[in-house]
Structures are given as structure tokens and as C-alpha cells.
Design a binder for this molecule. Structure first.
Ligand code: UDX
Length: 430
């Protein structure tokens, strides 16, 4: 099967590489000449474990290629996957400009019957709309149909999540499209859910928003735990043994970030209100997350008279470990809060420094190690639970900091151990 993939972000590049790994002929399309050159030489534009190995193997065996020439790529393809971004607009709705642009390029390029598959997360009804648009634009002797195939990969484990996905969701309106999709995914040997397009689009939002809701629920419970003297970690563990609940996504912290949960909760809430319905649970998840993100700096502001001139260390910048991505990371509003109040902020992240520089420029100091970051600081915030941050020994805080005052947004340490080491320690829900 000849497949073209539009967009080489997390979803597009990983999907393209994994489809090639499973034996398909894949060409990935991106407008950025430099990016294409890099990918051809085996360099991935994103930090993702195992990806470059698959890229190199399949580029050299001829199954995977990259191009800026969308016209040629789309013309030769039997199936075109659209995997471009659907960022958040200021009103919370999903911005479909990139999808529309690709659809126009497809319309001017294709010369034979083609199945177009939307992998990007799109509002319910988008597949149908794009299909209508394409059918109006293309020559009458060509047949196009749209299929929805949402992606559930998480950053940091994207390759594993794609090759060993929990399920393949396929939304189709004809046997023709169903058969093509089944053929594409046959070599993956994974459970397949075949439904209509609107349901497939909804499965993606409903899944992401449910996970976001679980996190916000646990953060809400964590806040109550602090008030009534319970320990949220024990509460989560106790809940997890009930297999109706399960153990995943019960970790309280300073809120969820990343390129999906914040935008997808807002997009579904927006879509429901446009349809005259208020999704109250999702609204609550969004509100709890907004409050949770600033919880520790607020607590710290009650502890000190002022942040003015204080040396503050921030350990971990990315929205979670295993990625260099800072999009919607709770660390961002926290650092902004500290800078606005005159703190001297030194940050450390094992891989997020380059992306942090694009946001904070020279407003913060970038330490090359944990020790350098916390040395002589009066306060330390933990924002991401990177293994090397979790492994810091309490005496390191005690010996290196001017005052051992630690605010841990990811519950990396045991409170009793920290307190016994003479550290004033605050975490979430304990
Ligand atoms: C998520 C979904 O997991 C994935 O299926 C979807 O396709 C895209 O969105 P991702 O954003 O890469 O993936 O990261 P994920 O591991 O889900 O974490 C998202 C955020 O939730 C992180 O900020 C993380 O710290 C937070 N989180 C996660 C918690 O606070 N507690 C938890 O228990 C789990």
C-alpha cells in the first residue's frame, strides 16, 4: 500500500515510521525543507525513544521517505493520512486551518480514487465536512472518501504506543474504506473498533477528557486530603485495587499539561456549548487544573514576605518526563509568577533547556546540573518527575541550598524522610 502522511509532528512522523516498519510504502510530507533534509539523514525533529532507529532502518530499505513536494506525494498515494496540528484558538475551539490547507493541497494534487484518513484530533463532524469540501473541488471522475482514525499515542512512549496500541479506532462510512483500513492495520495485529466517523472522532475526545478528568478528580481529592489529614498516595493505591477503577492516571500533582489534555478538554467543552449543551464534568476538570497549576507558588507566597531578590530553583520544565516538550507545562505559569515578583530563577531540565530558552530567553539562568541549580537557593520547586530528580538525596538539598525549603509538585520524595533530613517540605495531598 502506498501511503502519504501530511505533517511530521509527533503523530505524523511516528505514524509514518511505524506504518513503514510494518511493511507499507510511506512518504512523509512537510513544508519545512530543513526538517526534510534532517529526517532523510536519520535525525528526528522530536525527542522520542526508538524513533530514529526505525526512521533510519526504513529509509535505507526504501520503505520510508520524506518530501516537501506534496503534489507528487499525494498524486502517487493510495491513502493519505492527515496528521497536522489542531491547536487551540483563544475561545477554546480547535483551529482547523492546517487541516483545511492540506485538504486544498490534496484537492489540487490527486488524480485517482483516494482514501483520506484523518489522524489529527478533530471536532465531531470534521471528516464529513472535509469530505464534502474535497468532493466539490476534485474532478468528477475521481472518488474520495474520508475515514477517521484517531491516535492515542503519548509523548515519550509514542513508538511503543503505536506499534502495540491498546486499540485501533476506525470510523468509516463504507465497506470500501473499511477494507482499506483493515488492510493497513492487518500487520499490526491489534484489536480494531470499527464504527462511524462521528463516533470515532468522539472516542478520541471522550478518552482524553476522561483521563484529564481522572487527574483533576485526584487533584481535587488531594487538596481535601491536605485539609483532613489524609495521604493522597495511599488513597490512590487503595482505590487502584478495585479493577473497575484501575491504577493508571490517579497521580495527584500540579496538574496536567502537554499538547492534548488542555486543548482537548477545552475543545470538547466549546463544541458542546455550541450545541446548546454544557459538559459540566469537563468544565470542572479544566477549572481544577487551572487552580492546581499555581498551588505551590501560592503556598510559597504565604511562607515568605516577598520573592524579590530570592534565588529560586526550578527542577524539571517539561510537561512530563521522557519528552523535551514544554507545551502547556505547569512550569511555565509558575516561572512567570516567580519572575513577575522579582525572584532570580535558576532552572534545570535534562532535555527541555532548548525549548525553555525559546520561552524565557535570558530571564532565567539555565543550570547544567541539579546541584548548580539549587546551590545557594532559598527555595526549590519540583515541576517534573524526571528519574534523576526523583533520585536526589535529601542531604543534597540540605547541603547545597541556602535554606532547605522544597515545594514538590510531583510527590517525588517521602515527606517523613525529607523532614527527618531537616528539610521544610511541601508536596501534594500529603
Ligand atoms: C495524552 C494521552 O495519554 C494520549 O493517549 C493522547 O493521545 C495524547 O494526550 P500525553 O499528553 O503525551 O498523552 O501525556 P500523558 O502521559 O497522558 O500526560 C499528560 C499530563 O498529565 C502530564 O502533564 C502528566 O504529568 C499528567 N498526569 C498524568 C498526571 O498529572 N497524573 C497522572 O496520573 C497521569
Amino acid at each position: 500500500m502506498k501511503i502519504a502522511v501530511a505533517g511530521t509532528g509527533y503523530v505524523g512522523l511516528v505514524t509514518g515510521a511505524c506504518l513503514a516498519e510494518k511493511g507499507h510504502n510511506v512518504i512523509c510530507v512537510d513544508i519545512d525543507e530543513n526538517k526534510v533534509k534532517k529526517m532523510k539523514s536519520g535525525i528526528s525533529p522530536i525527542y522520542e525513544e526508538g524513533l530514529e532507529e526505525i526512521m533510519r532502518r526504513n529509509y535505507s530499505n526504501g520503505r520510508l521517505d520524506y518530501t516537501t513536494d506534496y503534489s507528487l506525494a499525494y498524486k502517487n498515494a493510495d491513502v493519505i493520512f492527515i496528521a497536522v496540528g489542531t491547536p487551540e484558538r483563544s475561545d477554546g475551539s480547535a483551529n482547523l486551518d492546517y487541516i483545511r490547507k492540506v485538504a486544498s493541497e490534496i484537492a489540487e494534487s490527486i488524480e485517482k480514487n483516494t482514501l483520506i484518513v484523518i489522524k489529527s484530533t478533530v471536532p465531531i463532524g470534521t471528516n464529513a465536512k472535509i469530505e464534502e469540501f474535497l468532493r466539490k473541488k476534485i474532478k468528477s471522475d475521481i472518488y474520495v472518501e474520508l475515514a477517521s482514525n484517531p491516535e492515542f499515542l503519548a509523548q515519550g512512549t509514542a513508538v511503543r504506543d503505536t506499534l502495540h496500541a491498546s486499540r485501533i479506532v476506525i470510523g468509516v462510512e463504507s465497506k470500501w474504506a473499511e477494507n482499506i483500513m483493515k488492510e493497513i492495520y492487518k500487520p499490526f495485529d491489534l484489536p480494531m473498533i470499527i464504527t462511524n466517523r462521528n463516533s470515532a472522532e468522539m472516542i478520541k475526545y471522550a478518552s482524553n477528557d476522561f483521563l484529564a478528568l481522572r487527574i483533576s478528580y485526584m487533584n481535587d481529592i488531594a487538596n481535601l486530603c491536605e485539609i483532613v489529614g489524609a495521604n493522597v498516595e495511599d488513597v490512590a493505591e487503595g482505590m487502584s485495587y478495585d479493577d473497575r477503577i484501575g491504577s493508571k492516571f490517579l497521580k495527584a500533582g500540579i496538574g496536567y499539561g502537554g499538547s492534548c489534555f488542555p486543548k482537548d478538554t477545552k475543545a470538547l467543552h466549546w463544541l458542546s456549548s455550541q450545541n446548546g449543551y454544557e459538559l459540566k464534568t469537563v468544565r470542572a476538570a479544566i477549572e481544577v487544573n487551572e487552580q492546581q497549576k499555581m498551588k505551590l507558588v501560592r503556598k510559597a507566597s504565604e511562607r515568605v514576605d516577598s520573592f524579590e531578590g530570592l534565588k529560586v530553583a526550578v527542577l524539571g520544565l517539561t510537561f512530563k518526563p521522557g519528552t523535551d516538550d514544554l507545551r502547556e507545562s505547569p512550569s511555565i505559569p509558575n516561572i512567570e509568577y516567580l519572575l513577575e515578583r522579582g525572584a532570580h530563577v535558576t532552572v534545570y531540565d535534562p532535555v527541555g533547556e532548548e525549548n525553555a530558552k525559546k520561552l524565557f530567553g535570558d530571564k532565567v539562568i539555565y543550570a547544567k546540573s541539579i546541584i548548580e541549580a539549587i546551590k545557594d537557593s532559598s527555595m526549590c520547586f519540583i515541576m517534573t518527575e524526571w528519574p534523576e530528580i526523583k533520585n536526589i538525596k535529601p542531604e543534597v538539598f540540605k547541603n547545597e541550598m541556602l535554606e532547605p525549603l522544597v515545594y514538590d509538585g510531583r510527590n517525588c520524595y517521602i515527606p517523613k524522610v525529607m523532614e527527618e533530613a531537616g528539610i521544610e517540605y511541601y508536596s501534594i495531598g500529603r
